[in-house]
Ligand binder design. Structure first.
Ligand SMILES: NC(=O)c1ccc[n+]([C@@H]2O[C@H](COP(=O)([O-])OP(=O)(O)OC[C@H]3O[C@@H](n4cnc5c(N)ncnc54)[C@H](O)[C@@H]3O)[C@@H](O)[C@H]2O)c1
Length: 439
């Protein structure tokens, strides 16, 4: 039996031993989806707390309920470890490690590199390796292929199989999850794609195979760049509307009544999260090697990056209009997560808004039901105020940065002295209300 046939048989019989490297927002949901489909999944992570929590059946990812995880752990379908030598016994490994930016704005490939080194140590014939981390096109072929195959004398597409499959998880989303979001799969060779797709099809509802790993890598960057640029566009639209005294939110709602040819994006205090502000910069970085300047990306990035400053400038003006100064004023930032209803603060614009307000001398506090404490850009620790409504009453300005659904906006509006609403969280409540200034 060929290596490929043997693997396909194991996939079908669910006897495939599979590992997931990186048990974060991407890796843990993926592990549970495969485990629920009947596979035995070993999760590898460097974080002892995560490994211990998974083995207790206690989830730290809101999209994975602890009850579900515990059942899968108790039945032996999910196990977590820091012992990478267990990779020796794995038939298939998915790599879901972070891909942040360095302080200089360049890709930080250190996590992909270290995970690749770990796999390389235990690489053997008959392995399927799929990279899921968002990264620049070419990573799978240029970084993983030499270390895992060529240096080991293993022939890709025959002795082992290598592919890229971008994760598309949208944390907090209920309708589209890892299970039912179509999965794009590209391989280093067509056989690699076929084997990797067969593996993922064992658990995920719809697989879309593309002709190369680079196509799959680029598809992910197109998705995220599309969002980033459209957000940049509406952010600039918000700035233009303000100059003309037009309500940008009303404009967007009106445009969104068009049933075709328009997709609604909303402005805000800046981009956040692990993907949208970062991934397009992986592409523009890579394009520099081709002497190509990715102008759309650079422009949108500049507009989006300036939004926290713009918001603070608007607060300053609005306070001035009220005969108040920001210096010494009590500011309450509502919502610190990078988007509503989640507990993720990575790259959140709230951090920059807080920093800019503090730079202007404001006395800043924050409240977020999902973020008990945060580390400011200056490395100071801030804790969410214990009593929301007391803080609302005490604030000279309440700045809505993240529009969590759990907030009682009516009550907040009733008690606040002045609100700057950067998300239109107040909706109709905020229209023609002298207490409210919107982005
Ligand atoms: N979070 C999202 O919404 C999302 C969506 C789509 C794609 N992605 C992409 O998926 C990748 C993972 O993102 P995430 O949000 O799951 O990150 P995360 O930080 O939540 O989790 C990554 C995990 O990898 C572990 N890790 C790091 N290096 C490791 C190593 N060498 N060996 C073992 N474990 C290691 C970390 O300890 C962490 O637990 C990133 O490239 C990201 O851009 C994320």
């Amino acid at each position: 039996m060929s290596i490929k046939t043997e693997l396909l048989k194991k996939i079908k019989e669910k006897s495939l031993q599979m590992g997931i490297i990186g048990l974060g927002y991407v890796g843990l949901p993926l592990a549970t989806v495969f485990a629920e489909a009947g596979y035995h999944v070993t999760g590898f992570d460097l974080d002892a707390h995560k490994v211990e929590a998974v083995n207790r059946g206690s989830s730290y990812i809101p999209d994975v309920p602890s009850g579900k995880l515990k059942t899968l752990v108790d039945s032996g379908h999910v196990i977590a470890t820091m012992d990478f030598s267990i990779l020796k016994g794995m038939d298939a490994v998915s790599i879901c490690v972070p891909t942040p930016l360095r302080k200089t704005g360049d890709p930080d490939m250190s996590f992909i590199l270290s995970a690749t080194e770990e796999v390389a140590q235990y690489m053997h014939r008959g392995m399927i390796i799929v990279l899921e981390s968002s990264t620049y096109p070419g990573t799978t072929r240029e970084v993983l292929l030499p270390k895992l195959g060529e240096e080991k004398g293993l022939k890709v597409g025959e002795d082992w199989f290598l592919g890229f499959s971008p994760e598309r998880v949208d944390p907090g989303r209920q309708d589209y999850t890892t299970l039912n979001t179509p999965k794009v799969v590209g391989g280093i060779t067509p056989v690699c794609a076929e084997v990797a797709a067969a593996w993922y099809a064992g658990a995920i509802q719809k697989i879309h195979v593309v002709s190369s790993a680079e196509t799959a890598e680029m598809a992910k960057l197109l998705e995220n760049t599309f969002r980033m640029i459209n957000i940049g566009l509406v952010n600039e639209m918000a700035i233009m509307c303000e100059r003309m005294g037009v309500d940008v939110w009303e404009v967007i709602d009106a445009a969104a009544t068009k049933p075709f040819g328009f997709m609604k994006f909303t402005p805000g205090p800046g981009l956040g999260g692990h993907c949208i502000p970062i991934d397009p910069l992986y592409l523009s970085w890579k394009m520099k090697a081709y002497h190509f300047n990715a102008r759309f990306i650079e422009l949108a990035s500049e507009i989006n990056a300036n939004m926290p400053r713009y918001v603070v400038g608007r607060i300053l003006e609005a306070m001035n209009d009220r005969g108040k100064i920001l210096k010494g004023a009590h500011c309450l930032v509502l919502g610190a997560a990078y988007k509503p209803d989640i507990d993720d603060i990575r790259e959140s614009p709230a951090l920059e808004v807080i920093e800019q307000l503090q730079n202007k001398g404001a006395l800043v506090e924050f409240h977020d039901p999902y973020i008990p404490k945060l580390q400011t850009n200056d490395d100071a620790e801030m804790r969410s105020v214990p009593d929301l409504m007391t803080a609302v009453r005490a604030a000279d300005v309440v700045v809505i940065v993240t529009n969590h659904k759990v907030y009682d906006y009516k009550a907040i509006l009733a008690e606040a002295r002045f609100i700057f609403d950067s998300r239109n969280a107040l909706g109709k409540l905020g229209v023609d209300n002298p207490k409210v200034v919107k982005l």
